[in-house]
Write a protein that binds this ligand. Structure first.
Ligand SMILES: Cc1cc2nc3c(=O)[nH]c(=O)nc-3n(C[C@H](O)[C@H](O)[C@H](O)COP(=O)(O)OP(=O)(O)OC[C@H]3O[C@@H](n4cnc5c(N)ncnc54)[C@H](O)[C@@H]3O)c2cc1C
Length: 547
């Protein structure tokens, strides 16, 4: 060909056109494990359909477009009226519409719904993680709204609907709705007691007017928000609709959109309330208790989202190395690269296995299983702490597996790297999770009992796991001066739980590598330091995304 100087060889083809669900063996195994037999066939067909959509060229393109064309704030219309709307690229709407219609906000409506949705969420994150924010908050608002049966009756069918209805209209005119949350203020995010937004009662019926601000309020195009504000009797949870029942706009002043490191397709706003109409949810002074139902669910989504990002990172890395040759052979066959890939793969499988186990606990707790509810109380903050912390190093190392290509935008890896720290920050940053683990240990003995029962089920199967459980029990025996070692405790709790789950459910080579490196001390600080005598080829092969 004229102008051609060379033939392009030895570049991996793009990883598209595959079923993201069936290609992920850890995920498919977890779904089959946690769903009742009568639900499995339909669930697998449904998830496989979503998996094909996630792997399609079209969906991947929308993900990239939504990132390259971030949302823009439109404060006023052409005549000068304040509108406070956010304009998104059409790709964002297509993706969010697909996410809603795939049931990613509908976990509460069907048996096994949390496991099914968790698997969908893990996959959808791999298409475009920014979408996960509104999907997660809408899903998670349901338990908090249930504190008020009247509000739940009005909104729950809309939040769990599979219709993506993006027009701003009053609730009764909506076929589907999205929710966000407003807790963080300038002077305090983790410490919400410092919130200054004031709520003044308007009438006996639970209506108030809010004055103040929120420093972070993501998905500001949503139909409603759960907001914390100071009422006469203390911090209280409120529902702030964007549109009032008579069709007029509520006061919701979007000041700016944040210019973020990653998560660029999603809008995160600074907002102000000035005489904003709000309806109380739960009792005055019990705001944190009311909203905690939402926060617990979004924290699990942080685990699932990080599991999704890690799976995508590992799939890309293994895929690349299965094609790319260097020094006379495939990278995937070089012992040192195999070690790196296997080390990344066990991290990804441990995250997915733990995330799906906790989703199953949600299903069981919904059905009245109090032990599973107690398990969630301790295991969710521990998992949120640890799994989200692992995401950034995994993403960075996986990008390096692609060499220079991994540093270039069109590989998709930089987007992944930029996204990777976020789940550790929002919904309570790392220290806050670790301190919450301490709170659960100190105040809720049933939570530790449930945790020990869960890990105890794996006892006797691996000597490194057994030793790690003994070590953990010794550390837990004395919680004096625990605040300064809360991270260590959260990490150990998460690692032992991951080890116990892998020993019970994963192939022996995966459990073996995990127990050796993460529990037995036979691995280094960087990835690629597993004992080389283990069956690492099988670990990598299991992680390879097959077309
Ligand atoms: C992209 C993005 C979107 C967001 N969207 C929303 C949203 O929609 N709604 C919303 O309400 N918030 C949102 N947030 C805010 C987010 O939840 C907070 O940023 C987060 O909870 C941390 O609060 P902060 O920023 O006030 O930091 P701070 O509370 O000041 O914390 C700073 C650091 O101190 C640590 N720390 C806090 N307390 C302690 C302690 N007692 N001991 C030791 N260390 C401690 C924290 O772990 C953190 O590392 C968003 C944030 C981001 C980045």
């Amino acid at each position: 060909m004229a102008g051609s100087t060379h033939t392009v060889t030895n570049q991996a083809p793009p990883l598209v056109g595959h079923d993201v669900f069936t290609a992920d063996r850890a995920l498919t195994a977890a779904v089959e494990r946690h769903l009742a037999p009568e639900l499995r066939e339909e669930a697998v067909a449904e998830l496989s359909g979503l998996g094909r959509s996630c792997g399609s060229v079209q969906t991947q393109e929308w993900g990239a477009q939504a990132n390259e064309n971030p949302p823009a704030l439109r404060t006023h219309d052409r005549y000068g009226h304040r509108v406070d709307e956010v304009d998104f690229h059409p790709a964002w709407h297509r993706l969010l519409g697909k996410g809603v219609s795939a049931g990613l906000t509908a976990a509460w409506t069907r048996p096994g719904g949390h496991v099914l949705r968790a698997a969908g969420f893990v996959m959808w994150t791999q298409v475009e993680a920014g979408n996960g924010c509104p999907l997660s908050m809408t899903h998670a608002a349901v338990p908090a709204l249930r504190a008020d049966p009247e509000l739940a009756a009005e909104w729950e069918p809309r939040l769990t609907s599979r219709v993506y209805d993006r027009e701003l209209r009053p609730a009764h005119q909506k076929a589907g709705a999205l929710f966000g949350m407003g807790m963080t203020e300038k002077q305090g995010g983790s410490d919400v007691r410092a919130n200054t937004t004031a709520a003044r009662p308007l009438a006996e019926d639970g209506t108030y007017e809010l004055t103040g601000h929120k420093w972070f309020c993501s998905a500001p195009m949503s139909d409603g928000f759960l907001v914390l504000a100071q009422a006469p009797d203390g911090l209280t949870c409120f529902l702030v609709p964007r549109v009032l029942a008579d069709g007029t706009r509520n006061v919701f002043l979007i000041q700016r959109l944040k210019d973020k490191l990653g998560n660029r397709s999603n809008a995160s706003a600074e907002v102000e309330f000035a005489g904003t109409w709000a309806r109380r949810v739960g009792e005055e002074g019990r705001g944190v208790r009311t909203v905690i139902g939402m926060v617990a669910a979004t924290r699990l989504d942080c685990v699932l989202g990080s599991a999704g990002l890690m799976r995508q990172a590992v799939a890309q890395a293994v895929h690349h190395c299965a094609y790319r040759e260097a020094f006379g052979g495939k990278l995937v066959d070089r012992p040192l690269m195999r070690n790196v890939l296997a080390d990344l793969a066990i991290e990804s499988e441990a995250a997915t296995t733990l995330g799906l186990r906790l989703a199953a606990a949600y299903d069981a707790a919904e059905g009245g299983d109090e032990r599973e509810r107690a398990l969630l109380r301790l295991a969710v903050p521990a998992a949120k702490y640890w799994v989200t912390k692992r995401c950034a190093p995994v993403a960075v190392e996986a990008a390096e597996c692609l060499g220079g290509n991994g540093y270039v935008e069109e590989s998709g890896m930089p987007r992944l790297v930029r996204e990777s720290p976020l789940n550790s920050i929002w919904e309570g940053a790392g220290n806050v999770q670790a301190l919450d683990v301490l709170r659960a240990l100190g105040r809720e003995p049933a939570a530790l009992d449930a945790y020990l029962t869960e890990v105890g089920a794996a006892r006797g199967a691996d000597h490194r796991l057994d030793a790690a459980i003994r070590g953990l029990l010794t550390e837990l025996a004395d919680l004096g001066a625990a605040e300064g070692r809360a991270r260590r405790l959260a990490e150990r709790l998460a690692l032992v739980l991951q080890g116990a789950l892998l020993v019970r459910y994963a192939p022996p080579e995966v459990a073996d590598a995990f127990c050796a490196a993460r529990l037995g001390g036979d691995g280094g600080a960087a990835f690629g330091t597993l004992p080389p005598t283990l069956d690492l080829a099988s670990v990598v092969e299991r992680a390879r995304p097959v077309a």
